[in-house]
Design a binder for this molecule. Structure first.
Ligand code: PBG
Length: 330
């Protein structure tokens, strides 16, 4: 190259990007294994592990194999899991009764995890859909989802999960008033220290498809738009988060994450509570599918994607990539 006269620049931002050491000194956001919550699917039976077709690398486990997976995850530094059950059709009904069966799959699983890995934080899902014949998050009457009747069931579910040993209960249903009712029910039952992770800004998203495959929990009619939020709305997320905090939420969540980074950012600016982001099943599936085709570098895309959630303001990330990421960060 012929000699060029240097530009007289005062600032050359590239100075701080010159070496890996310099870059790491000025890195603003960090993804660590402490940020990760590992969602896991449990099913009845023994020695069973089924790969979820639309979520390659994710499995439904029977309890014995789930425990192995959790021991491994904990060994990698993952400190929290979020549990979701696959419920056989014959145990489903319109009221989600199985959800508060003291000997139900979730309750048995929580007890077994507490025994095997006492120091891992167990987060249980509070919603009717895995237990509902209709695949809806609430009780159905004349094609409508009943709010207050559903909230009463959710409170019972939360108490029975706490009784089994859950550390955190996470209502993902989007019924009005459920956080307050759950807090009151937990306190009355003596579970003062069980925390509530509220799915506060949960949108009616097409990104949940693979999760519904995993649990055979797709809605049998209609959609979830009468309770989950409209993806076009921003201000409404502040309203939902504000209500959940007023009702006693300990942590709030934005879900999905990737298409809602603006919402994560907004909520982070408006609340002192920890904010969780759910890197949902469809976000996982898209990366897996493109990587399988050899079109993207999976590891790099996963780290970049999860870091974008931290940058947006998430303190915690629920992700099916948790174990993979923990291994990458070792
Ligand atoms: C339902 C629930 C859903 C997810 C978590 N809890 C699906 C839905 O609302 O239909 C989705 C998680 C994911 O897609 O990874 N209460």
């Amino acid at each position: 190259m012929p000699k060029t006269k240097p530009l007289s620049l005062i600032h050359r931002p590239r100075r701080l990007r010159r070496t890996a050491a310099l870059r790491s000194l000025v890195q603003e956001n960090h993804l660590t294994v402490n940020d990760l919550i590992y969602p896991l699917f449990v099913m009845e039976g023994e020695n069973k592990q089924e790969e979820i077709v639309s979520m390659p690398g994710s499995y439904r486990y029977s309890l014995d194999l789930l425990l192995k997976e959790i021991v491994e995850a904990f060994g990698l530094g993952i400190k929290a899991i979020a549990l979701f059950p696959l419920v056989p059709d014959e145990k489903k009904d319109n009221q989600g009764t199985e959800g508060y069966n003291a000997d139900g799959l979730v309750q048995q699983t929580v007890k077994a995890i507490k025994k095997e890995v006492p120091d891992i934080t167990i987060i249980t899902d509070v919603a009717l859909d895995p237990f509902s014949t209709y695949g809806h998050d609430g009780i159905v009457e004349d094609g409508k989802i009943l709010n207050d009747e559903t909230v009463a069931v959710l409170a019972k579910m939360a108490v029975s999960q706490a009784a089994a040993g859950a550390d955190v209960v996470a209502p993902s249903d989007m019924m009005d008033g459920r956080v307050g009712a759950i807090r009151q029910a937990l306190d009355e039952a003596g579970y003062l220290d069980v925390a509530i992770l509220a799915y506060s800004a949960k949108y009616a998203s097409a990104y949940y498809g693979p999760f519904r495959d995993a649990l055979s929990s797709a809605p049998q009619f209609g959609d979830k738009k009468t309770y989950q939020m409209d993806p076009a709305n921003t201000r409404e997320s502040l309203k939902e988060v504000g209500l959940d905090i007023a009702e006693g939420a300990d942590l709030v969540m934005v879900k999905p994450a990737l298409a809602y980074l603006d919402i994560i950012h907004l909520i982070r600016e408006h609340t002192q509570l920890p904010v969780a982001a759910y890197n949902v099943s469809g976000e996982y599936a898209m990366i897996k599918a493109a990587a399988e085709k050899g079109w993207i570098d999976e590891k790099k895309v996963v780290l970049e994607t999860l870091t974008s959630m931290k940058r947006a303001g998430a303190d915690l990330i629920l992700t099916y990539f948790a174990k993979e990421v923990a291994l990458m960060l070792l």
